[in-house]
Write a protein that binds this ligand. Sequence first.
Ligand SMILES: [Ca+2]
Ligand SMILES: [Ca+2]
Ligand SMILES: [Ca+2]
Length: 557
Amino acid sequence: MKKKFVFIFLALALIPILASCTYIRSLMNLAANKKEYPNKPITVNYYVDEEIYKTETTNKRKEFTYPDNPSKDELNFGGWTYKESYQTLDPEDFLYDDVDSIDLYAYFSKGTHFSDNLAYNGPQISKGVLPSFGSPKVLVVPVDLGGKTTSAMIDNIEKAFSGDPEELGYESVTSYYQKSSKGKLNLSFEVADTWFRPSKNASYYKDYNASTDKYNEAGSGLILHEFLEENNSKYDFSDYDYDGDGYIDSVWMIYNVPQNYDNTVFYWAYVTMTLNNSKKYDNVYARYYGFASYYFMFEKEYETPQRQLELYDMTNINIDAHTYIHETGHLLGLDDYYDSDASKGPAGGIYTAGMMDANRGDLSSIDKLLLGWIDSYVIYTNSNKTITINSFASSNDVILVSRVKPSSIYSEYFLIDLYNTEGFVSQDNEIEEPSDIIKADAMVHGKTYRNYGLRILHIDASLTNVYEGQTYDEPVKFAYNNSNTKKLFVDTVLNNSSYATQKINDINKRLMNYFGLYSLTGNYTLNYKMTNNTNIFFGITINSISKDSATITFNYN
Ligand SMILES: [Ca+2]
Ligand SMILES: [Ca+2]
Ligand SMILES: [Ca+2]
C-alpha cells in the first residue's frame, strides 16, 4: 500500500527531469484500467490533524464517496492524503487494495501555491512552500561561517525581518508582506538567539558537490539538517508547519560572512529546497529554505558595481531588507522576472518594475493574483464592458481580461491595474529627474508625462506537464518564464512593441515603473501579439483617469 504511493510520489518528482505528459498519463491509465474491487468492506478513518474526523465503512467499494469536507479557519480544504506521501488521492486507488482499513488525512492549503523558481534546480513540488495567508511562523537561524558573532548582529537580523520600518528606513520583511497583502499575510519570524556553528569549516559546505550527494543536497542544505538535528530538543518544529501539510513551511538561514559578488553559488542570497526526506523532525519534514548573508542588509556600504546597479535609493536606509524580501517571495513560490539569459527568449518583461524583478517596489499584479491576495474583475465576453478601478496601491484592484472565460488563473490573459507613485514602497520609485519621465512617456505614447496610469501586463501562466486528474496542489510547472523560454510568462503591453527592444538602453532603469503606462483619456488600439502570434483581441477606451481611479471600456475585436 505504502509502497505504491511512494512510487507515485517519485514518479511525480521526476516530471520536470525526464517525463512527458504521455508518460504520466500512461501511469494514470494503468491505474485506471487495472483490476477489480476486492469483494470486502473497507473502513476509512478520516483525520483532521491528529483527531478522527469521521470513520466510515464502505461495503460496496464501487459506490465509495468522501464525507463532507472539513473546514478550518482561513484555510481551503485541499483533499484527503496519505500522511506519508502528501499526495492527494485521485483516483481512489486504495479501493482496489486488499486491505480492511485505511487512514486518510485532511490536507489544507492557504491561497494558491506553486513554484517555478526552482525548476532548474530540481523537481518542483508545490507543497511545502510558505503559506500566503494568515500568520505562519518562520524560524530565522543566524549561521556562523567564521565571521563575527555578536548579539548586536542578531538584533539587526531581528530588525530586518520584523523591525519597525521607521527605524530601518525601509520595510521589514514582515511589514512589507503585511502591506503588500493588505493584511492577508502576517509573517511571524522567530530569530534563534544564538549563532549556529555547523560541524565543519565553511569551505566544506561551500565546496560540497551536490551531484555526489544521495539527495542532491547543496552545502547549505547540510547546514539546515545539522541545525534541525541539533536543535530538535529546543524547538517543536511542527509549530512551523502552519498549513499542516507535513513540511516545515520555510527556514531562513543568515550567515555572517560577506556575500561574494564574484561567486553567486554559495556566498549569495537564494532560496532552494532540501530533498532529503530521510529524516523527520517532530514529525515534519524540512523543505524550502532561504540562505543569505547578513551583510546584504548593509549593501550600501559595498561600493561594488552590483551595489551601484541597485535600482532603489539607499540613502536613508539603515537596515536594508530588500534582498530578504525578494527571496521570501521565492519562499512563497514566486518566480524571478528578470532575464538571466539574454541569449534565449524574447526581450520584454516588466522592465525592472517590481520586487520579483529588480528587488524594488511592490509585488506585481500577477504575483498577488497567484498568492490569492486579489479578487480580480474578470472580463471575458464580447460585449463592451465598462469598469472603474481604484489604484493598485490603495486597493489591489486588478482587471483580468480574457478572450474566453478562463478555467483557472493558469492560462493566458491580460492584467490591468492603475499604477501611481503612492503606497508603502513609493520611496523605491522616486526619481531624481522628472524630465526623464517625460522622455520615457513621450517615447511610448508620444504624449505628455504623468506619473500614473494603467499598466497592462500580458500573462501566460499556462502549465506544462499537466495530466488528467492533477490538482494544483500537485507539482506544477509553468510553460513559460521570463528568462529562457520562447515566450514570456509576464510582459508589458506597449503601444509599439519595437520599443521593447530599446527600452533598457534608452531609459534609466529607475524609470521603468513608468514605462508603458496608459495615462490619458481616449481610445487605444493595442499592438501586441498573443502567445500563438495572433493579434491582441481587445482595445481600451479610458473614459476618465486620475491617480486614484480609472474608468475603462473594453472593446473586443
Ligand atoms: Ca523537537
Ligand atoms: Ca507546511
Ligand atoms: Ca532571455
